[in-house]
Design a protein around this ligand. Sequence first.
Ligand code: G3D
Ligand code: MG
Length: 201
Amino acid sequence: MGNGLSEPHAIFPCLPSFQALHIVILGLDCAGKTTVLYRLRFNEFVNTVPTKGFNTEKIKVALGSKGRTAAFHFWDVGGQEKLRPLWRSYTRCADGLVFVVDSVDVERMEEAKTELHKITRLQENQGVPVLVVANKQDLRSALALGEVERLLALSELGAHTPWHLQPACAIIGEGLQEGLERLHAMIVKRRKMMRQQKRKR
Ligand code: G3D
Ligand code: MG
């Protein structure tokens, strides 16, 4: 567990592809990013405090029921408005993004959409798969999945950005493993495509 203020690439250079997948967890403040991270890390609910810099954890995640696992290196970055300009320095070498939204926070869905589209449109993030986590589905006023998809305009993410929308409840961990399996599959598919394109050149 860590909570630092410096930028990640000052500490760790780009990870070679055979190492853990570099995954950046983004989203507005209070969406549940840190709860997601600690649920995955400790397999239990951990009370969070607002993230001022970032939290980072390397976690082995089970893929399916056949005992396969994949190592993910997660970067959970503060979502407050003043911290968002920093997101770009974390996503520079990302294999995948996890974008967490609060399914109850209808008022800030437009803001979440703007931030999601802004970060995925960056040149260096073109083609990077995105797992959109529709969090807090345990709450009665949570928006239905179709509504989250529409309000975030996921269909406009562009043909080159693979995405998957996953309903979840981070406090009990529901939907997280399923979502990460989908993210892993999208990353593997993208890597295969990139290898094929390289061979063709
Ligand atoms: P952030 O890291 O995106 O800023 P946090 O968000 O992980 O700190 O979570 C913000 C608040 O949302 C926390 O409550 C946390 O317990 C709550 N939360 C996270 N995930 C869920 C969920 O799936 N369901 C519900 N009901 N609440 C969730 P507090 O009260 O500490 O602010
Ligand atoms: Mg946080």
